[in-house]
Design a protein around this ligand. Structure first.
Ligand code: DC
Length: 665
């Protein structure tokens, strides 16, 4: 049995609504993913105290401040990360409430269109200053909604509809929205749950939603709710089970049971498509509208079985837009052709999903054809192997992970960390369901060795060859040192620092192509960590127990999804004792001294090498004999002496070792 994480859409809304309600809300089962953390952080910036989102779905309590309690001029910028929902819902809420603030996001979110939300808001009196490109984040919300909102949305979009409802609620104006099909209705359900007057129904062939509001800041009642399991996450293990990838033992494919999954009719279009393709899914313990959430939930029993190709088009598209990548994957394993049309919306999601699907399928040798508004996939049962990309899109990554987890396939995804957005436990669940280890993702590789053994440059090249990311643990110790110096802690007292002192330095990492870069307070640290001032003091930092403990946790968090090549002193022994591949690099003192000098931009003269060798020998002695985390070769490490080795050969040897270790899984 696996637990499906809380519904992402409902989690965002539960956070927002509990923040602007008046009184104490209790929420259980929230998704702790990156997108919801962005919403929580945004609300904190707006002056609401939101606890850390628990990883296990346990209850959090939120003291709502009411709409009028939001800070009118919050300090700082609201960073929505990768989350379109956070950005669009906040554009509505904040322009309705008259809050002046700048919203931004990561590169992918900054490229997504916001005009669909801001144009109807502008017609009702709001104004937005685009700080870079019109219609794209970053944007300053600078004027308030004052008139009734009446909008005929050309697309069925829950984000547009929800943004307008929140704007009307905050501004105290009535709202009417029509859309050409029914988009997800979680906002309407939750508004009603909080006592607002929302009505909806067909008006001709348009779906119409009305919100009646009499005055600004009308009070919402607090929530007490359990977030249902996300059907858009459940669809991944479900499809794995249908395609025969869930293995209960030697008996082959097993059925899968999932409990407490949301079955809101606006969300289960994909389930109907799978059923039409021949899947057998039994529902039980169905609660039509679970009293606490006003959302229907059920337990599901999914049976393995053969699928047939189908056509997915027309009015069902909005109800399964997030599931189209995994439905395309199901199509690749069905008999005959699967065709997806009328899904131009796919081009403006977290990635251009049509292009991402076509490229990945092509890389695996699956026959596909792309259309402006969709694609067609030729099903087959051929074994598939190759490397695919996540294109910064969690659902693309998970869809191909499911395809790769089928026993006959060998597929690697470049960026396993993408799952954090909506399904933080995804890889663990996949390992558990398939009975294999590290399915579909580059493993954790540790590279330890003394200073100057060439770890960092090797680790970087290995990471690049594997499509993984390099984590330089020495750089983290350096970032902490810089943080300590910036904070001005007297050096004589460093030894007594506590975990919470170290946490207060706000050292973290940001993911980039090919590596994780250390940050302080969210800002990249750059070259400052290589200064003489830091280099001199970092050995002292590395001996502070609280620093080691804190960096241990940080490194494990970064590495929990695999896809990391980490180099340091204790990464194979202490930090990742279960790493799939451990390498220990050595080289002669002279050679290491020569490399150090080159690294620091100095010409390695014989005298220079001599002096640097002495320093290194001293450092080795320190590193090997210090009480805390001495440098030690992991018993199960592969030892490579790099003295006379050609760099490319060395990298190739390691990469091949990693690849063959992965194929055992
Ligand atoms: O590799 P480097 O010079 O950037 O490392 C900086 C310091 O951090 C060095 O004093 C050793 C220490 N360190 C450590 O103790 N454990 C690690 N895993 C990595 C580095």
């Amino acid at each position: 049995m696996i637990r499906i994480p809380g519904d992402k859409s409902i989690s965002h809304r539960a956070l927002l609504f509990s923040a602007i309600a008046r009184g104490r809300s209790r929420i259980r089962g929230l998704l702790p993913g990156a997108d919801c953390r962005a919403t929580a952080e945004a609300l904190r910036t707006l002056g609401v105290s939101i606890p850390t989102l628990p990883g296990d779905g346990s209850e959090i309590v939120v003291e709502g401040v009411g709409i009028e309690g939001l800070l009118r001029r919050p300090e700082g910028v609201i960073d929505c990360g990768n989350s379109g929902t956070t950005a669009r819902l906040l554009l509505g809420l904040l322009s309705g409430a008259g809050v002046r603030v700048v919203l931004t996001g990561d590169a992918s979110l900054r490229s997504r269109p916001m005009g669909r939300v801001t144009e109807p808001l502008e017609r009702a009196g709001a104004s937005f200053e685009w700080l870079e490109e019109p219609g794209r984040l970053p944007v300053r919300v600078s004027g308030t909604v004052v008139e009734a909102i009446d909008h005929a949305s050309p697309v069925a979009s829950a984000q547009v509809k929800s943004a307008l409802l929140l704007a009307g609620l905050a501004a105290g104006v009535p709202v009417t929205v029509t859309e050409p099909g029914r988009s997800r209705d979680h906002t309407e359900r939750m508004l009603r749950r909080c006592g607002a007057r929302v009505t909806e129904g067909w008006s001709g062939d348009l779906w119409q939603v009305d919100l009646g509001v009499e005055r600004a800041g009308e009070a919402l009642e607090p929530l007490d709710l359990e977030v249902p399991g996300d059907p858009s996450s459940a669809i991944f293990p479900m499809t794995l089970a249908i395609l025969g990838g869930v293995r209960g033992g030697r008996t082959g494919a097993s059925p899968l049971e999932l409990k407490g999954i949301g079955v809101n009719p606006t969300r289960i279009g994909a389930l109907h498509v799978l059923e039409r393709m021949g899947a057998r899914v039994e529902r039980s313990d169905e609660k039509p509208t679970a009293a606490d959430s006003h959302e229907p939930v059920a337990d599901l029993l999914i049976h393995p079985g053969a699928l047939e190709g189908t056509t997915i088009e027309g009015s069902v598209i909005p109800s399964l837009i997030d599931e189209l990548p995994i439905l395309a994957v199901a199509g690749a394993r069905a008999q005959g052709r699967t065709v997806i049309r009328n899904a131009e919306e796919l081009r403006v999601k977290e990635s251009d999903r049509i292009e991402a699907l076509v490229r990945n399928f092509t890389a695996l040798g699956v026959e596909v054809e792309d259309f402006p508004d969709g694609l067609s996939i030729e099903g087959s049962d051929r074994a598939l192997s190759g490397q695919v990309r996540g294109y910064h899109d969690h659902r693309i990554a998970m869809a191909f992970a499911v395809l790769g987890a089928l026993p006959e396939n060998r597929i690697r995804i470049d960026d396993p960390s993408l799952v954090e957005v909506s399904y933080p436990d995804f890889w663990d669940a996949l390992d558990r369901l398939t009975g294999r280890e590290s399915v579909g993702r580059p493993p954790v590789v540790t590279l330890d060795g003394p200073a100057g053994s060439g770890k960092s440059s090797t680790a970087r090249a290995v990471a690049e060859a594997l499509g993984a990311r390099h984590l330089d643990s020495g750089a983290l110790f350096r970032a902490v040192t810089l943080g300590l110096l910036e904070k001005g802690y007297p050096e004589t007292e460093w030894g007594a620092l506590t975990l919470s002192d170290i946490e207060g330095l706000k050292v973290g990492v940001e993911a980039e192509e090919g590596r994780f870069r250390p940050t302080i307070g969210g800002r990249s640290v750059g070259a400052a960590i290589r200064s003489a001032r830091v280099t001199e003091r970092v050995p002292r930092t590395a001996r502070i127990p609280a620093v080691r403990e804190w960096l241990l946790q940080l490194q494990r968090r970064v590495g929990r999804n695999g896809g990391v090549v980490v180099d340091g002193r204790d990464t194979g022994t202490v930090v990742f004792p279960d790493a799939e591949v451990k390498i220990f690099l050595t080289a002669t003192l002279q050679e290491r001294a020569r490399r150090r000098l080159l690294q620091e931009g100095e010409e390695p003269s014989p005298e220079g090498i001599e002096a640097e060798s002495k320093r290194l020998a001293q450092r080795d002695h320190q590193d090997e004999n210090r009480k805390i985390a001495p440098l030690r070769r992991p018993d199960d490490a592969i030892v490579i002496d790099t003295t006379g080795l050609d760099f490319d050969d060395q990298v190739r040897t390691i990469v091949e070792t990693v690849r063959s270790a992965g194929d055992r899984g």
